[in-house]
Design a protein around this ligand. Sequence first.
Ligand SMILES: Nc1nc2c(c(=O)[nH]1)N[C@H]1C(S)=C(S)[C@@H](COP(=O)(O)OP(=O)(O)OC[C@H]3O[C@@H](n4cnc5c(=O)[nH]c(N)nc54)[C@H](O)[C@@H]3O)O[C@H]1N2
Ligand SMILES: Nc1nc2c(c(=O)[nH]1)N[C@H]1C(S)=C(S)[C@@H](COP(=O)(O)OP(=O)(O)OC[C@H]3O[C@@H](n4cnc5c(=O)[nH]c(N)nc54)[C@H](O)[C@@H]3O)O[C@H]1N2
Ligand code: SF4
Ligand SMILES: [Mo]
Length: 757
Amino acid sequence: MSDTHSASTTRTHHRICPLCEACCGLEIKVQSGRVISIRGHEADVLSRGYICPKGVALKDLHEDPDRLRQPLIKRHGVFEPASWEEAYAEIERRLPAVQAAHGAHSVAVVAGNPTSHKLGLMLYYPRLLKALGTRHIYSAATLDQMPRHVVSGLLYGHWMSVPVPDIAHSDWLLVLGANPVASNGSMWTVPDFRGQAKAMQGRGGKLVVIDPRQTETAQLADEHHFIRPGGDVFLLLGLLNSLFDQGLVQLGAAAPWLDGLEAVREAVRPFTPQRMSERCAIPAATIERLARELAQTPRAAVYGRIGTCTQAYGTLNTWLIDLLNLLSGHMDQVGGTMFPRAAAFAANTQGPPGQGRGIVMGRHHSRVSGAPEVMGELPLTCLAEEMETPGEGQVRAVITLATNPVLSAPNGARLAQGFEGLDFMLSLDIYLNETSRHADVILPGPSPLEDLHYDVPYPQMSWRNHARYSDPVLPRPEGQPEEWETLLRLAAIVQGARGPQDPRALDERLFQTDLARLPPEQAQAVSEATAGLHGPQRLLAQALDQGPYRLRFADVQATPAGLDLGPLQPRLPELLRTTTGRIDLAPPALLKDLERVPLNAPAAPAALLLIGRRDSRSNNSWMHNLPTLAKGPHRCTLLVHPEDAQTLLLQDGAMAWLTADDPSADDAADRPGLSVQVEFSDRMMRGVVSLPHGWGHDLAGARLGLAAQRPGVNLNALLSDRARDPLSGNAVLSGVPVQLRPAPAMAPQAAPATQDS
Ligand SMILES: Nc1nc2c(c(=O)[nH]1)N[C@H]1C(S)=C(S)[C@@H](COP(=O)(O)OP(=O)(O)OC[C@H]3O[C@@H](n4cnc5c(=O)[nH]c(N)nc54)[C@H](O)[C@@H]3O)O[C@H]1N2
Ligand SMILES: Nc1nc2c(c(=O)[nH]1)N[C@H]1C(S)=C(S)[C@@H](COP(=O)(O)OP(=O)(O)OC[C@H]3O[C@@H](n4cnc5c(=O)[nH]c(N)nc54)[C@H](O)[C@@H]3O)O[C@H]1N2
Ligand code: SF4
Ligand SMILES: [Mo]
């Protein structure tokens, strides 16, 4: 260490970054209670020293003067700082009354992306849901990856059985609709994707990227093909058809457990590469060649992500991607696509191996649109209408949990209006932002550096098996509860408790109740494994003890660089939790959904199509207030191909007026348009423009001083909340038809007020 003379005051901590799915191990140096440096932890078994600029910005986040450190209560329209007990008293006064008057289903809960990165939120959020007993459960999953969960459920029997490329051993990787160089991977925990891809190329492997933009990942690739946004279903059907047509189908080691091959063959028969080519804008010969390369490379994998999920055919795309892996003999094979074996919390390591209860969808439906429940949730794009539409089950109160849907969900203005009309709104959030400004009470969590950490979902999708835990780096300020404590207090309030409660006692009661349900021998084992612990640590110790490696929490805690549990290993059939113990390649629901795909090619769309984009210095809607990330060129620009720009009479750097091209939609008036800054980019596909989401920090009432200086515009102010993938309920966020014209000297009448309600 370089700081020998100050070693007495400099402490080095190892901490998992809680900001994105790469889950990098960080090395954080602290001197006299202040962070003095953050860098990648070289010895970390998962990330091996990798870090991105956001990890470094944890210091800024910790020190951000706008980050809330105290509850806020809105009185007469103005937020006032309050003590925790005052905040709970206000919630006691207002939240139970809503359920008493209008029933359990009158309260909605919306959970956001950071929930999945926080052990306390992840493990205790279900306690709040149980106490509430509401069907109005929403999350960012239906803006993101619900198709992935549905397909995992239907094929392998559990929502979280997600196959990931075994990149450490692959020689050929096809990536569709993902940009892991910027996003650092999703539904696939793969810190330093660039390094892994380069290593693959170094051993003669090949990376192929399919994306309407020549992204940072595409620039790294050996081959990149533009695809017409929304065209993946045609490409994937063409690839599958070609596998059959060229006699390339091989089932590999998964063969003994596969059903439905003939049904798939029949279903994809009409979708020849020749027919599909025009609709995805990829030549038939290329489709046929890619099918051959996939089938003929012994170690090959296909990976698709948000670009393939946030489409009207999101679930079909995800199914077809899995079929490509399965029918080219690469599923569950070293160097192919494999199922991680997580040390804790993975349902596919629990219970009898090889068979299970499968999944059920549609146990109830949303009141207004009739959208089916999936994984216990309703589509987030249904929330606005559920707040607006009177009747039994109308949403009258909302609890948001680490989410900012006014910016992150389609038609944010409609949501904002809905929030304003509620009887009560509570936000658990660390900022007063575009969404929490509508709340009556805001309860802040601690800074990430004051929080312990263990990733619940991500080891279930990691490139290598491992177990890592981090203790808090800094002490919590006096009075600041952990978020699991807050959730237990809220659950108790909903269940009728009044006045101060001890969260530890509440936790103890719940834990003992759960323990009593276990067989005596197991209960005894759990008691021993968790002795002396409480809260999330205790649940983690239990899960590690009951997990496939039977790990002791103390051992994991004592190894901040992580326990390396080895490379991915084949897991069929042990992994399966389907009722049959087999994989149905052609589940009826998916065959039925395939009927939506028109066989005859429509003419290429006349309209311009809008897609999103991610930048390594941004994270969805909420890190634009941090100085190290905010500096540099403005990132909220509309990328336009120079030739399209010429046709449209647009200048580089000038402002343009962007509108949705769905004039017949009855909600079009809600989404008048955006004044965007044009940036020329010859990396765009012709006819496609790109705008990032998560911007638009100029809404009145938010407290994000730095972000407001360069607010950008809210892409989701333009998108309709009517467009969904019917099976999964996932929102359509990509490939949306738009119109673009030079901004008039005077902005149109509606222009300045586009985003607010
Ligand atoms: N058009 C378009 N829209 C998109 C996407 C897209 O690609 N295009 N992507 C979608 C995707 S993939 C996702 S996941 C969603 C994300 O959308 P959301 O789930 O709404 O998540 P964020 O925008 O990241 O907002 C996170 C919120 O959590 C708060 N927060 C941060 N840390 C903590 C914490 O420790 N505790 C608490 N209580 N609060 C915290 C932040 O202040 C912020 O308000 O956006 C979606 N929206
Ligand atoms: N820096 C940063 N990292 C992040 C986030 C962030 O906001 N910033 N968000 C995090 C979250 S919540 C998530 S879910 C992940 C997402 O991680 P990724 O899935 O890698 O997300 P994107 O970078 O948006 O990549 C999606 C790609 O799909 C392309 N695309 C758009 N439409 C289509 C289409 O119709 N077909 C095809 N084939 N491609 C299309 C886009 O051009 C884009 O390159 O990133 C996470 N990591
Ligand atoms: S890639 Fe960046 S934001 Fe994501 S976990 Fe690693 S350091 Fe954190
Ligand atoms: Mo996401």
